[in-house]
Design a protein around this ligand. Structure first.
Ligand SMILES: Nc1ncnc2c1ncn2[C@@H]1O[C@H](COP(=O)(O)OP(=O)(O)OP(=O)(O)O)[C@@H](O)[C@H]1O
Length: 585
């Protein structure tokens, strides 16, 4: 469960939330930033002293002291610059890390409604681009704003103390800079978004082409794919050029600030210099201060733009974090010993669908019994199993476990009781060994892994791989066949030794000999261990006690084989097609 008070305070003011979370890094970062700007502000004054000393042919000892001051300031600047970068770096990378982990944890807790509304691509973009732009707002964005404001506070009084008239005359055009920079940044962001979209298209085509290269070659479509790639690639090039064009306005806008100030200074200072009222050193130092004032103006435009973008991203992040799961884990009952499962008039409609995937489904299963579920494609078998595992929220009817409504059972103990081996044989990019141990609190014992792979008849195939059980699966590792993957996922389920093993069509690519070995393993503790098997093949349901036949989401028949054979035309048809003579012993 997410911490509600933490969320409230984060949503109210994210910057303040992270400052409170990491006050040391933030405060030290600010202190060293202030110190850097003070030292940087003093630097032109030392330069003024040096130039004046040269002009007045001051003694070597005085020039030596000025040189030492130069060195001391440079060393101080190097140290304070390192420190503020380091502390601010810690501050905003921590914030990004915190929000990324929080988002990930929250997204994994959400139910089907959320995934129905949000595409995978959008979620990936939220976890990467939006987190990144939020980090830029409270990191570099906040920093450059603070930097700009501190510089104005340090430099402006020095300039005014040198000459009020020079100051207002030379800085008169400078307030235009933040506005121009802000406009340029808006254009950059708009065009950058287009560039990112074109890049996603480009990588999408490249990825699909490489992944589907065999299909492409079989259909002799290499030229068409290349033409498609070239088109997408040119669109990307155009988008990059547009970003580069807008980007190139940035430096001229800044230079406009410097140049206008310098030209004005020449005009306003020349008479004072001719008359000897001010020294060349003062003129050079003042010129340096004009240059220094350009950055704060740029920083205001830049920082504001970062904040605008980052807070828009934060709003999107906030919307997701505020989404409540449609399957809350509020149950308090722990299942210590499985006794009975009961479905009572369960109906279910998928989010966005106008038809019911399950209609008034009722059946029961006692500990030690096994249940086979059959039915045509799309008849609701997987939906039923997902409701049982609480991967879908139950809205109509009741599912009772040992007489307790499923919502009152803790999700952890529910999933420790019913282990679902899903239809899709999904494996992780990890070693075979780790994939088999996936659900266990720690790595499984070697002999246990060997035993499970023996049951699913995978041992000799794994041993023929170069790294055997340590072979890596996935893109950079070995690729297993569909049947091998399915057997591996069954081994991953078996090793959990849960009271009820639920196989969703997981035996479709398993031969009858392996099917028998799995059945034997599962019936070893008959009386306590149960099985629920969804299958299209009669041979997969040989040893089951009861069969449930679904048709269009409704129960067509439920009971032992004989009853089901009598009552279900669907089952009769399956028996007829698959020719199982002993279907009703
Ligand atoms: N996420 C979803 N959103 C909308 N409809 C869905 C969704 N998942 C399944 N359905 C629909 O619900 C119905 C039941 O699907 P389900 O996957 O439970 O069938 P099944 O009997 O397991 O099929 P199969 O034998 O092909 O695995 C189908 O009409 C399917 O199109």
């Amino acid at each position: 469960m997410e911490n509600a008070s933490e969320n409230r305070s984060l949503f109210k003011n994210p910057l303040w939330f992270y400052i409170k979370y990491n006050p040391r890094a933030f405060t030290l970062g600010m202190v060293f930033l202030l110190a850097t700007n003070i030292l940087d502000g003093v630097y032109p004054l030392i330069m003024k002293i040096a130039i004046d000393q040269i002009e007045t042919r001051a003694p070597l000892g005085d020039i030596g002291k000025t040189c030492i001051m130069f060195f001391a300031i440079m060393a101080g600047l190097a140290f304070t610059r390192f420190c503020w970068r380091n502390f601010f770096g810690q501050f905003h990378t921590y914030a990004a890390e915190h929000i990324r982990q929080k988002l990930f944890r929250h997204i994994t807790s959400l139910g089907p409604n959320f995934y129905h509304k949000n595409q995978v691509g959008e979620l990936m973009s939220l976890m990467t681009n939006d987190v990144q732009s939020f980090r830029q707002a409270i990191g570099p964005g906040m920093l450059i704003l603070a930097d700009g404001i501190i510089i104005i506070c340090v430099v402006l009084p020095i300039m005014i103390s040198m000459s009020w008239s020079w100051t207002w005359k030379t800085l008169i055009f400078l307030p235009l800079v933040p506005f121009l920079i802000w406009r340029v940044m808006q254009l950059i962001h708009r065009n950058y978004k287009i560039q990112q979209d074109r890049f996603s298209e480009l990588t999408g085509v490249a990825q699909e082409t490489v992944g589907g290269i065999r299909v492409i070659k079989s259909f002799a479509q290499e030229n068409n794919r290349t033409a498609l790639y070239n088109t997408v690639s040119s669109a990307f090039e155009k988008a990059c050029n547009k970003v580069a064009r807008v980007d190139s306005f940035f430096v001229p806008v800044m230079e406009f600030g410097v140049t206008s100030g310098s030209v004005i200074l020449l005009f306003v200072a020349k008479d004072d210099i001719y008359s000897g009222a001010v020294s060349i050193g003062t003129f050079v130092a003042f010129h340096r201060y004009i240059q220094k004032m350009v950055w704060p103006m740029t920083a205001l435009g830049l920082g504001f733009s970062y904040f605008q973008k980052g807070y828009a991203s934060f709003d999107r992040i906030k919307d997701v974090l505020k989404t409540e799961t449609d399957i809350p884990d509020l149950g308090k009952t722990e299942i210590t010993k499985f006794e009975k499962l009961e479905f009572r008039n369960v109906s279910y409609q998928h989010p966005g669908s106008s038809v019911y995937a399950l209609k008034n489904v009722s059946f029961s299963l006692n500990a030690g019994e096994s249940l086979g579920i059959m039915g045509p494609v799309g008849s609701g078998k997987t939906t039923l199993l997902h409701l049982l595992s609480r991967l879908y929220p139950l809205a109509e009817g009741q599912i009772l476990i040992n007489g307790v409504p499923i919502e009152d059972v803790t999700q952890e103990s529910l999933r420790r009781t019913f282990l679902l081996v899903p239809q899709e044989a999904f494996l992780f990019s990890d070693s075979i060994y780790e994939n088999i141990s996936f659900g266990l609190p720690q790595r499984a014992a070697d002999e246990e892994v060997l035993r499970m792979t023996e049951i699913v008849d995978l041992q000799s195939e794994i041993n023929s791989l170069p790294h055997k059980y340590e072979s890596q699966l996935g893109e950079r590792g070995v690729n297993l066949s569909g049947g091998q993957k399915q057997r591996l996922t069954i081994a991953r389920g078996l090793i959990m030794h849960t009271p009820v093993l639920v196989l969703d069509d997981s035996l479709s690519a398993v031969d009858t000999r392996t099917e028998k070995a799995i059945e034997l393993e599962m019936s070893k503790n008959k009386g306590t261990l149960s099985r629920i098997i969804v299958a299209h093949r009669l041979s997969s349901l040989k040893g089951v006690d009861k069969i449930l036949v679904l048709k269009d989401g409704a129960v067509e028949a439920w009971g032992d084989r004989n009853t089901v054979f009598k009552e279900s035309p669907t089952f009769q048809k399956i028996v007829q097609i698959q020719g199982e003579g002993a279907s009703h012993e």
